[in-house]
Design a protein around this ligand. Structure first.
Ligand SMILES: O=C(O)[C@@H](CO)OP(=O)(O)O
Length: 253
């Protein structure tokens, strides 16, 4: 068998309406902006140009990831491939921060608390009350999740715990059949997966940010470990600029 038998592509959704407004989003189901749609199309074109064509796509159940996958696959002429969706690929539930302005939160609570909530591995924000306008407690798409698994807030560690069963039970079996797998998901659910794949420590993961709309390609060895740590962005220059922008969110007014 080849040294790198498996091909995986990770794609964070394009800019969302709340990315543009600089609001904590989490499980709130916001749409893409026009810029986000363009990023998604470009993501598909990058895959096509690289000859890296997915055979199956996995997405979260949130429309910004679903639509990004759709637009990218259309651009790559792969709309016809099978699709699977799971809440386990959702963005991190941002608890009581959902719907809050990042710049205001930074000003109100200070840099240390802001960054602890945003990027610490194991400190979740306060829980979101069920009746909140930003709660998904009555959302029918989550009705089949047992209540003890339904988050009211999550830190990245919680995301790793709920995402990994999906990786092992749904994605790895597709890779094993030799299919090129596309995962269209979110900043923090992809940070959780990259942490696992690249073996990044709890401390170091705080410095890792995922750009919007730029495919990140991994070749995985027989143990499903990256041949090249960190994978390869299909547009490394654009990825660099977008990573900087994600990092500095909250600082802009
Ligand atoms: O608001 C969110 O849900 C996420 C992703 O947009 O933000 P952050 O990068 O601050 O974790």
């Amino acid at each position: 068998m080849a040294d790198a038998p498996y091909k995986l592509i990770l794609l964070r959704h394009g800019e969302s309406e709340w990315n543009e407004k600089n609001l904590f989003t989490g499980w709130v189901d916001v749409n893409l902006t026009a810029k986000g749609e363009k990023e998604a199309v470009r993501g598909g074109e990058l895959m096509k140009d690289a000859g890296l064509l997915p055979d199956i796509v996995h997405t979260s159940v949130q429309k910004r990831a679903i639509r990004t996958a759709q637009l990218a696959l259309e651009a790559a002429d792969r709309l016809w491939i099978p699709v699977e969706r799971s809440w386990r690929l959702n963005e991190r539930h941002y608890g009581a921060l959902q719907g809050k302005d990042k710049a205001q939160t930074l000003a109100e609570f200070g840099e240390e608390q802001f960054m602890e909530w945003r990027r610490s591995y194991d400190v979740p924000p306060p829980e979101l009350a069920d009746g909140s306008e930003f709660s998904q407690s009555d959302d029918p798409r989550y009705a089949t999740i047992p209540s003890e698994l339904r988050p009211k807030t999550e830190c990245l560690k919680d995301v790793v715990v709920r995402m990994l069963p999906y990786w092992y039970d749904s994605v790895v079996p597709d890779l094993l059949t030799g299919r090129t797998v596309l995962i269209a998901a979110h900043g923090n659910s992809l940070r959780a997966l990259v942490k696992h794949l690249d073996g990044i420590s709890d401390a170091e993961i705080s410095g890792l940010n995922i750009p919007t709309g730029i495919p990140l390609a991994y070749e995985l060895d027989a143990d499903f470990r990256p041949v090249k740590k960190g994978g390869t962005y299909l547009d490394p220059e654009a990825a660099k600029a977008s990573i900087e922008a994600v990092k500095n969110q909250g600082k802009k007014k």
